[in-house]
Design a protein around this ligand. Structure first.
Ligand code: OGA
Ligand code: NI
Length: 340
């Protein structure tokens, strides 16, 4: 931590509790016997019920692909703002493109003066005008905005996107087994999953730091599951059930996996969507590659078990509600639309 950095006491994580976030070897689920697969799914289920966070290793995504994706993300973030603004998210009808520092506020309840101290890119399923979901004007569906003049950028991002979509589907198989459902239970809702790759750049933060502005304000993720690659900077914190903030330190070649609100709702709170936040006090630029995996837009999110705690919704409506709460440009757009 640079010597000029002073963390508000509320932002200091408890030490040595990383064991609360289990590290799970996913290899046996990908390649093992039925008994090994079942045992891995049970470990995952346990983590989803307890802290809602776990690491996976041996996930099958090549280290080189992850490194290439970071390199391309950094290349984009290093461009002059005017060039990044060519693919500004405000220009997209389906929430794709670049948002500047402060453009997203993951902790809107705090009514912070400033948004999060990070910039990012949203890359989704790249659909042309003739795709049935686009023809039907389904919200959040349409083309990506790709930066011009960055050879190889699109190809790398698309390769990573496709690989993580496959991993997300496989993880949903593990979730189904952990919930004592048939392995392919969710597959019918995963034909055109709403999957988003959202590379992030967190500038280093120094000086006096309070909850008014940090890298990513305390939040739960909106969707079903998140597969996060983080660089070696550290700074990700997770809130345990007892209310203590603990660190989720970088672990080589791992993904941090966590449950989002939609999966919590779908499982009638059996799986836990856990608050987390990011504070980059490493003194360096921090980069991360979150990948959000959500089912088809029209998926009914109704409790999988009796006595539902939440009213039914759909995956699409749930996401729209959440994006509207966190992105200032989206709020003004929605207000304009309802005024006209
Ligand atoms: C998120 C998130 C963590 C990180 O984007 O929802 O929690 O390390 N990101 O960037
Ligand atoms: Ni998150």
């Amino acid at each position: 931590m640079p010597s000029t950095t002073q963390l508000d006491p509320a932002l200091i994580p408890a030490q040595l509790e990383a064991a609360h976030i289990p590290l799970i070897d996913f290899g046996p689920f990908l390649h093992g016997t039925p008994a090994e697969r079942d045992a891995t799914a049970r470990q995952i289920g346990e983590a989803c019920r307890q802290i809602g966070f776990f690491y996976i290793i041996n996930h099958g995504i090549p280290a080189q692909l992850i490194a290439d994706t970071y390199a391309q993300a950094k290349r984009f973030f290093a461009l002059p703002a005017a060039q990044k603004a060519e693919i500004a998210i405000e220009k997209s009808a389906c929430h794709r493109g670049w948002f500047q520092i402060g453009g997203e506020n993951l902790d809107p309840a705090k009514q912070k003066a400033a948004g999060d101290l990070k910039e990012g890119i949203k890359i989704g399923r790249d659909l042309g005008p003739d795709h049935p979901l686009v023809l039907a004007q389904t919200p959040l569906h349409g083309p990506n905005q790709w930066p011009a003049n960055l050879p190889g950028w699109r190809e790398t991002m698309q390769t990573y996107y496709d690989a993580l979509t496959t991993l997300g589907r496989t993880m949903m198989h593990a979730f189904a087994m952990a919930l004592n459902l048939p392995e392919t239970y969710f597959d019918a809702w995963l034909t055109t999953p709403m999957t988003t790759l959202g590379p992030l750049h967190y500038p280093p933060q120094t000086g006096r730091i309070t909850e008014a502005q940090i890298g990513a304000g305390a939040h739960t993720d909106y969707g079903c599951l998140t597969l996060l690659a983080q660089d070696s900077s550290g700074g990700l914190q997770v809130r345990t059930k007892s209310g203590t903030w603990i660190e989720a330190p970088p672990f080589p070649n791992s993904f941090v996996v966590n449950i989002g609100d939609m999966m919590e709702r779908w499982t009638n709170n059996e799986f836990t969507s856990t608050p987390h936040r990011v504070i980059n006090i490493s003194g360096r630029e921090r980069y991360s590659l979150p990948f959000f995996f959500d089912p088809n837009f029209h998926t009914p999110i109704t409790s999988l078990t009796p006595n539902p705690i939440h009213p039914p919704t759909t995956a699409g409506q749930h996401l729209l509600d959440m994006i509207n709460a966190s992105f200032s440009y989206h709020q003004s757009k929605m207000n304009e639309e309802s005024a006209t």
